[in-house]
Design a protein around this ligand. Sequence first.
Ligand code: TMP
Length: 236
Amino acid sequence: MQKLEQIYEGKAKKVFKTSDPELVIVDYKDDATAFNGEKKGTIHNKGIINNRVTNHLMKMLEKEGVPTHFVKEISDRETIVKKVSIIPLEVIVRNVAAGSLAKRLGLAEGTKLGRTVIEYCYKDDSLGDPMVNEYHILAMGWATEDELKLIAKYSLMVNNFLTRYLKDVNIELIDFKLEFGKTPDGKIVLADEISPDTCRFWDATTHEKLDKDRFRRDLGGEEDAYKEILKRLLGE
Ligand code: TMP
C-alpha cells in the first residue's frame, strides 16, 4: 500500500492518505516537543521506537478486547491504521502521583494513589489542552454518555493490562495518555500512540525515569531510555 498526499502533520507524526479511503499511513518523526510546543528538540530514532512499541502494545490490547485503529506495520516508522475521527480528548490514567497532578495537589512525585484516577483534557493547543470533566464533555457534545462510558472502560482495561505486562519487565506504569477515535460506522477504537512519549515508565527498582520526562526536564539520556524500553518490551 502506497503513501498518497499528506493530510496532517502533528508534533510527532505525519498522516498520509492511501488508495483505500478507510485507511491512512502514520509516519513517526524523531521530533520532540514539550510544554505545548514551546520546547523543541530531536530524540534520535524516537520515531522508530514509538512506532514499534505502539504497535506491539496495540496488538496485545486487541487480544485483550480493546479495539484499536492498528492495521499493519509497514516499515520502521510507518504503520497502516484505520482512518478515524479523533474524539478531541486526552484521556489520562494515573496510578501514582507525578507531573501535573503532583503539582496541582501538592503531592510528592511517586505517591501511590488510593485508586486509579482518570482525567480528561480537551485537545486544543491554542487553549493549552485544558482539563475538563464528564459534564463539559457531554455539554459540548465531544462524546455521548455511552461513548464516554466505553472510553473509560477501555482506558481502565489498558491500565490493567499494561500495569501487569510492564511489571514483568520491571517497569512501573505511573501514568499515561490515550486518545480514541470513531470509525465511519460509529465504533470507538483506541488511536494515536502508546509510547515513552505518552506514558511515564519508571524502573521498578531504581525509579529511574525511562520516558519523555528525561527530555521535558533536561535530565539527559533520553535516547538510552527509549532504547531501554524497546529492549525490555520487544527484546531488541
Ligand atoms: P501530566 O502529568 O503532565 O499531566 O501528564 C500525564 C501523562 O500524559 C504523562 O504520562 C505524559 C502524558 N502526556 C502526553 O502524552 N501529552 C501531553 O501533552 C502531556 C502534557 C502529557
